[in-house]
Each structure stands twice: as C-alpha cells, then as structure tokens.
Write a protein of this length. Sequence first.
Length: 265
Amino acid sequence: QCFSLKNKDVKGHTFKNDPILKKIAVEIKYNISNGDLLYDLATIGATKVVHMKIGCDYGKTEAKSAVDKLLEKAKEQNWPLEIIFCVGCCGCSSDTEGTNFCGHVLLSKDGAGYTSKKTENGWEIKNPSSYNMDKIWVQLLGDEPVYFPGEHPIKVTKADCIYSGDTLIADPVVGTQLRDRRKLIGIEMEGSGIARGLTECDTLPGTLKSHKFLVVKGVSDNADSGKNKEIETLLFGEKRGPLNDDERQEVATLQSVALVCRAIA
C-alpha cells in the first residue's frame, strides 16, 4: 500500500531520503476493515488523508466500486473530503518513436475511458468517454519546488490525456489509435471509474466536486511490446536499471506517491 512505501527500499531509495517527506510525519493511525472496505487514516503535515487500495485486476469497475464505498463512509464519518488522487503506474504512448518515458510522472487535466475487445484483426477500441480533472492541482504538482525541491527531482511530464480501460494492453497500435492526433497520452485502468463514481453520486461530501480528482501515475512501460523486457528507468533524476516490469511498477508508484505527498505537505 502507498504509505508502506515510506520505509520501503526501491532500488536504493526510500521516503526517508526525500528532502520534503523526511521532515513530515506520514503515519498510519488506523487500519480498519469494514466488510470488504479497507482504508487507512493518516496525517501529512497538517492534512488528514484517507487512503484506500484499489486492485488493478478489475480496473475502472473496481475503482468505481471503491469510490462508491469511500463516499458512503465519508458521509457516515463526516470526512470533509476535498480532492481524490489516484496514484500508481501507467503506460505512456508518444508520437516520438523510440522515446523512453519510464520513470516520468504524468499529469493531465483531461481524462477518457474506453472499452476494448480482442478480435482476429487486433484490438477494437470503443466508446471513448471524456471527463475533466482538477486543473489547479495539475499546476501545483507541476511546480518546480514540488518536483525538484533541491535534490531527488521527479520528472513530471504533461500528457494531452490519460485514458482508462479494463484491459492491460501492450500493443503500440492501440496506443497510436487512442492517441489519435495527440502527442502524448497515459494509459491506465482506474481514472474513468473514479470519474463515474463522483458524477453519479447525488451528494458529494465536503468540498468535493465531480471534477475534484486527479490521476497521478508514474510511467512503468511505453505501452508497447517491450513491457515484459528490462528497461532503463528514471528514479529521482537518476537512470537505474535496466529494470524488469515489477521493479518499474514500484519505481513508478513510489514517485507518484512522493509527488502527491510533497504537494500536500
């Protein structure tokens, strides 16, 4: 889980080394099981944080279910929710052939969901549905004092859009098809489920609005057939590896969590 990464060594880097995070307390106060709802309550600086883990096995469907449960619990506990961050790892498709984005953290104010189906002729992509994310936090997370506070920089890259689907696809043709005329996109599995949960909720708790969420994902693959190969990856400004897919996912998640925690702090 995200906060457990504070003490986790990922290729020689832990949260303890982070120039901002080492000055603040990220402490898990509770680990509560409420039926099948698991969440942690933590404090980052003076800010209270609720953390939930979403498994990637069911993508946007499970993300929608998790957000529904979170909103229900927030109303019950009177949590004054302000924004939801979706952190983790994603793929990246770019119009610059051969460019490696592994280790970058993607930010975008635009998101879209899609469905996919495997056919004899390849993947069939249907039903793209667009949604907006919080542009103010995109700017905050992209501020230099956050991504580069003097040491351990995080490579932040602006994406034209972040797409969410229910299937992990390692096919450059799909990336090109989704990208269309855009220069760079992220491809992940949860964002559109969160957007749907917020949109369909009758009364949102706190100051939460339907657009008050942000997908912040580190790039662990280039959305192509090289996903299962070892690839050189950026980790806090330094090239590491080549790393395998599991290691790249850890690096990507660590940096996305660190970026959000720095901004909150």
